[in-house]
Design a protein around this ligand. Sequence first.
Ligand code: DC
Length: 226
Amino acid sequence: MDKKISIAIDGPAGAGKSTIARRLAKELGYYYVDTGAIYRTVAYFLDLWGVSPKDIDGVERYIDELTLNIEYDEEGLQHMIMNGMDVTNDIRTPEISQKASLVAAHAVVREMLLDMQRDLAKEYNVVMDGRDIGTVVLPKATVKIFLTASPEVRAQRRTDELIAKGQKANYKQILEQIKQRDYQDTHREIAPLKMARDSIKLDTSELDIEGVLAAMKKIISDKVAL
Ligand code: DC
């Protein structure tokens, strides 16, 4: 089997990773692997069982009951299948965002998900986004990019996104949630959010989506024929 190409995109919540990674994957004809969705599915599952994300005993007791599968539809969209049920749309709530961040701190959870992520990159060319892709999951990724933006810009983007979807959004509350998640994701002991040494940092605060995409393609084209 020839060696596959992997583009690792890490960064804090709301930096635009998923929007950019999805677009990029589509243009390159690669699979888009949204690893946050995997942690969200674990959090959702534990929540259904009434297990607190901080309760390590509960997490260890229930985690074996979870069968997790990733499927792709004909448009290349990733679907999360939890014990045979498609929960792709159920995992996108602010509550599950917070819980996923806490659940993701447990070694038992991270270990369980590691092979699943690596196997996808072994089998396909991927654009994979998350927090520890360049540092832990794919330390030999072909290209590593660290996408970031100020918390205020990220909160404003989330607020605009929700409003555009016709949902309620409170900027101040969203900013607090983002800061809390940044803290949790960067301060955990195992695989914290941090930039890999060989990663290229891209601050998206002053860029729109097209600008970010153009900058990313420039970085990628140094290593991969586009
Ligand atoms: O990218 P996201 O917001 O969907 O991720 C939800 C949470 O999952 C995030 O706050 C931290 C955790 N996560 C992680 O620990 N490692 C990853 N590779 C991806 C997400």
